[in-house]
Design a protein around this ligand. Structure first.
Ligand SMILES: Nc1ncnc2c1ncn2[C@@H]1O[C@H](COP(=O)(O)OP(=O)(O)OP(=O)(O)O)[C@@H](O)[C@H]1O
Ligand SMILES: [Mg+2]
Length: 283
């Protein structure tokens, strides 16, 4: 599913006479089976942007095209349910997403709503819970008695359960311990690699951008300042300083190392393991 964003601006309704756009004139397209990271400082418009991609928010001006769907003001969105089945969003604040009396019901809410039959539902909640690293004892727990990280994982499981083509995740690893965060990122990466899903990841973790994403959108004050590859972004010092973002540590180390070993291919450095492999090739 290709997503085309055309001249999208979004202003939150408010009573103030001078309202600032949360997003202004965004143009971009996201191809099927891409892994796109959306970055930018807090308040730059990341969460607003993704909510415009499945009709949760409607652009104030401009439009979003997804296959036959056109999300645009004053145009009634047909088959919105089908669109929501195709594009699953895990919100930044998972508590907004959980409302059933127990975890199992919560996870199965989406699949039931999208018409899964009994056979498809059987064992599904347990399976997706395991994928996010929670065991079946969680099935009967109330979502409200879970820790922040557990809630986040249940919210992710609830989206995995209906198997959307596009998975949009808004800071999915915020508040998770490093090991669980890794597991969740690997899970998304596998969905992209093995099941050819499209992944859109909102994140402040530049290490994840480097390691997993093919493309990166950088927002600043509601404007799309760059849409490029992580490699190009992290090698553009002017842009980085304009966006006020820091290069991943491993890339800094690799750049320093390259001064001594010029054959080191920085474009292949994605994390510590790939750095070590590169290093072995050149020393
Ligand atoms: N419900 C709302 N009503 C009014 N203004 C809002 C609302 N939600 C967000 N905003 C404003 O829109 C702008 C963009 O917010 P958004 O939540 O999209 O930023 P973000 O990049 O996701 O930030 P963060 O990294 O903190 O999650 C901000 O100026 C914010 O104050
Ligand atoms: Mg946000």
């Amino acid at each position: 599913m290709n997503i085309k964003i055309n001249h999208l601006s979004y202003t939150y309704p408010s009573n103030q006479p001078f309202k600032e756009d949360a997003l202004s004139d965004i143009n971009a397209s996201i191809k099927s089976n891409d892994f796109v990271a959306i970055i930018g400082q807090t308040g730059s418009g990341k969460s607003t942007l993704i909510q415009n991609l499945n009709g949760l928010l409607i652009p104030t001006t401009g439009q979003v095209e997804i296959e036959d769907y056109i999300i645009k003001k004053k145009v009634k969105l047909k088959n919105i349910k089908q669109l929501r089945k195709k594009i699953g969003i895990v919100f930044q604040f998972p508590e907004y997403q959980l409302f059933e009396e127990n975890v199992e019901k919560d996870i199965l809410f989406g699949p039931k709503n999208f018409g899964f039959n009994e056979k498809q539902l059987a064992g599904l909640a347990k399976k997706v819970l395991e994928e996010v690293g929670l065991d079946e004892t969680f099935l009967k727990k109330s979502p409200f008695e879970l820790s922040g990280g557990e809630k986040r994982r249940v919210a992710i499981a609830g989206i995995l359960a209906f198997d959307p083509e596009v998975l949009i995740v808004d800071e999915p690893t915020a508040g998770l311990d490093p090991q669980t965060a890794n597991k969740i990122m690997e899970l998304f990466y596998n969905l992209y690699k093995k099941q050819h899903k499209t992944i859109i990841l909102v994140t402040h973790q530049m290490e994840d951008v480097l390691k997993y994403a093919n493309h990166v959108m950088a927002l600043k004050n509601g404007k799309l300042e760059a849409y490029t590859t992580p490699f190009r972004l992290f090698n553009d010092e002017k842009l980085m300083s304009h966006l006020q973002i820091e290069m991943p540590l491993i890339l800094k180390i690799a750049k320093e190392t390259k001064k001594k070993y010029p054959d080191l291919d920085l474009s292949k450095v994605k994390d510590i393991d790939s750095f070590v492999m590169q290093l072995k090739d050149v020393i």
